[in-house]
Design a binder for this molecule. Sequence first.
Ligand SMILES: Nc1ncnc2c1ncn2[C@@H]1O[C@H](COP(=O)(O)OP(=O)(O)O)[C@@H](O)[C@H]1O
Ligand SMILES: [Mg+2]
Length: 172
Amino acid sequence: MSSPVSPLLEPLNDIQREAVLHTEGPVLIVAGAGSGKTRALTHRIAYLIREHGVSPYQILAITFTNKAAREMAERVERLVGSGVARSMWILTFHSTCARILRREHTHLGVPSSFTIYDDGDTERLIAGILKELDVDTKRFSPKAMAAAISKAKDRVIAPDAFAQMARGVRAA
Ligand SMILES: Nc1ncnc2c1ncn2[C@@H]1O[C@H](COP(=O)(O)OP(=O)(O)O)[C@@H](O)[C@H]1O
Ligand SMILES: [Mg+2]
């Protein structure tokens, strides 16, 4: 006797179904806009929760934009109900990282109410520091300084090490 087919599989085509049924390990879906990627993803989430007893707390769904995150949350909610969907992390990259940092702020030695600076905030802060240090902001623009700091962070160079690397001044 075959087991009854989950209603979550019914509105899917063969490829979407294959993605949903692959419950162990990673799946990569590459397909064009409007081809049914989000449907495969949202049904896979619901299938893991409903048919495999996976805790919604163990599922992280990440998107690039707030709009996409909202849409995905609404679609998951329709499949698993609002109570379950609300307990899940269906967020953008930025909001996911911000949430982790706020929760784990003690490990960073910052208050949970920390503020994240955007480009404008950063440049204003650097401009203030340059002024304080009596550095000519015409030669050393806050934008260029911010870019140099950003590049050092990309290379995981800490402030002390970066200061040691400085051999003099140059116009960036
Ligand atoms: N197997 C399917 N059968 C019928 N309609 C589908 C199917 N898969 C997706 N759709 C519909 O097609 C549209 C685009 O699907 P979506 O999952 O949002 O695509 P994508 O995320 O790839 O842009 C939506 O309206 C969705 O409900
Ligand atoms: Mg989509």
